[in-house]
Design a protein around this ligand. Structure first.
Ligand SMILES: C[S@@+](CC[C@H](N)C(=O)[O-])C[C@H]1O[C@@H](n2cnc3c(N)ncnc32)[C@H](O)[C@@H]1O
Length: 246
């Protein structure tokens, strides 16, 4: 990721945004409110919100990535592209399905109570800032989209991504994930294998995920697998649909 005109920029986003949009036009034809997890530079949010004005595109990312993401979103002033919200898939409220309306604790601890953890303080700050608007931003979402995030997160965070999505999304909502995946324990190209090595050098917990493993986790999180779409540059677009609550 680099910085152009003060806005964060990724060349791969520039390359893949149109092929992804071509699929989203079809997949999200009936959707009204989409949550994007790990919005990054905001190039996808900007492109998709502009091309799909019938959708409200709610982007999000971890706190440290939010300023860059929101600088692009704010520069556009699109009615269907609100400011991105802070979301770390490891935060407690995501796993409880209460994100972003309910922080873990909303009051300062009194003497004897445990002090708020960094994550809890962060959630409290979001709640204090958004107040009632948090409820507006909370959804309901009828689709969740995330690109190039599962190979950056740790395996534990990948599990949390699906478990939280399963809590947040209602029956029939779509879960759409873009990125590279391995099949039957094998890389699908030499460039993906090299990319995996590069990722692990940067951060040993990163790495290209197994298609079969993410399908198992999605199944546990109550998603029915629907489509595996081949995309340019050895990437895939994976689509699940939320089942009825068990
Ligand atoms: C390679 S970037 C992808 C950004 C963008 N979606 C794209 O396709 O260019 C990976 C993103 O994952 C986000 N991320 C990493 N760990 C995360 C977590 N635990 N929860 C949510 N997002 C996370 C990073 O902040 C970053 O924006």
């Amino acid at each position: 990721m680099s910085q152009t005109n003060d806005l964060p920029f990724s060349q791969s986003c520039e390359n893949n945004k149109q092929p992804i949009l071509t699929q989203l036009e079809r997949l999200l034809a009936d959707a009204k409110h989409v949550l994007e997890v790990a919005g990054g530079t905001g190039q996808h949010a900007a492109y998709f919100a502009e091309a799909l004005p019938q959708l409200r595109w709610q982007s999000s990312d971890i706190q440290s990535a939010l300023a860059g993401l929101n600088s692009r979103i704010e520069s556009l002033k699109l009615d269907n592209l609100p400011a991105a919200l802070a979301l770390d898939v490891d935060q407690q409220s995501w796993l409880l399905g209460t994100w972003p309306t309910a922080p873990a604790q909303r009051t300062e601890p009194t003497q004897g109570e445990k002090a708020l953890s960094a994550g809890e303080q962060f959630e409290k700050a979001i709640y204090d800032r958004l107040g009632k608007n948090a409820a507006i931003n909370a959804g309901p979402f009828d689709a969740l989209f995330s690109a190039n995030s599962l190979h950056i997160m740790s395996e534990g965070s990948v599990t949390n991504f699906f478990l939280g999505a399963g809590k947040l999304l209602a029956k029939d909502a779509l879960l759409i994930v873009y990125g590279p995946f391995n099949y039957a324990g094998k890389f699908t190209s030499q460039s993906n294998e090299e990319f995996d090595g590069w990722l692990k050098e940067r951060n040993p917990v990163s790495g290209i995920r197994s298609f079969e493993a993410v399908c198992s986790i999605a199944d546990i999180a109550n998603f029915e697998f629907e489509q595996d779409i081949e995309m340019p540059a050895n990437n895939r677009l994976l689509v699940w649909r939320k089942r009825a609550a068990e």
